[in-house]
Design a protein around this ligand. Structure first.
Ligand code: G3P
Ligand code: MG
Length: 238
């Protein structure tokens, strides 16, 4: 069966990652869904951003969690990618959920945190916002911080979730099932045959990243991965 295509940070090969421009581009290029990273600002707003520090993808610097939304809104998150995107703003999660009201895109929300600075409010507010949006049946969660996925499950077990990881886990399917998760989200080249078989035995879907070329695409098609997370929404035609 054909996998679902999730545009990684939006169509990030074609527009600046994690911006509305990248999400519009994903829709235009026929993606089934988008993947994005969520963090919380100093004043408790959920924003869409990958790095902890804004320096790589904006004209500012500093940790997003130590800045307010209005401080972040002053920054340009487009120019680093190209002059055509100058003035692109950081999106809030709510803004993206509103965009999704007008289309059929699915959404993979990656809770971007780690144990050293994990604030359970990030999970609590994200789950509450997804519930409020009425889009629950099109949303899945993922995180490298598996504890926060347990918290999300406790709040709303009906929202599916996938474990992000790097490295070759022994028994990834068994591990995911033991935590009550539905999916694994591995770095694609960490999967071996045993891992795939273990997922199949345990009823766990496989959603690898980042599938940006023919080698990774064909390997993951052979595995029967259910989702491909890619910077190129047109990856199946490339
Ligand atoms: O969700 C897949 C992928 O986004 C995980 O890694 O660092 O790109 O957020 P990263
Ligand atoms: Mg991500």
């Amino acid at each position: 069966m054909k996998p679902l295509i999730y545009a990684h940070r939006g169509a990030s090969a074609y527009a600046p990652e994690n911006t509305m421009a990248a999400f519009y581009e994903a829709e235009k290029r026929g993606a089934d869904g988008i993947e994005l990273d969520v963090q919380m600002t100093k004043d408790g707003v959920l924003v869409v951003l990958h790095d902890e520090d804004v320096a790589r993808t904006s004209n500012g610097r500093g940790l997003a969690r130590e800045m307010t939304l209005s401080q972040l809104r002053e920054l340009d998150f487009g120019s680093w990618f190209g002059p055509a995107w100058a003035g692109e703003k950081i999106p809030t999660l709510w803004q993206v959920l509103e965009f999704l009201q007008g289309n059929r895109l699915r959404l993979n929300i990656e809770l971007k945190t780690c144990s050293a600075w994990y604030d359970p409010e990030l999970t609590r507010r994200t789950v509450a916002m997804v519930q409020q949006s009425g889009l629950k049946d099109r949303v899945i969660f993922s995180s490298f911080e598996h504890r926060c996925l347990l918290d999300a499950k406790e709040m709303d077990p009906s929202i599916p979730a996938g474990l992000l990881y790097v490295g070759n886990l022994i028994g990834p399917g068994r591990y995911a099932r033991s935590l009550g998760m539905e999916y694994i989200h591995p770095c694609w080249d960490n999967l071996d045959e045993k891992g795939v078989a273990d997922c199949r035995e345990n009823g766990i879907e496989i959603h690898p990243w980042t599938i940006n070329d023919a080698v990774s695409r064909d390997a993951m098609l052979r595995v029967g991965a259910e989702h491909l997370i890619t910077n190129y929404p047109d990856i199946l035609e490339r």
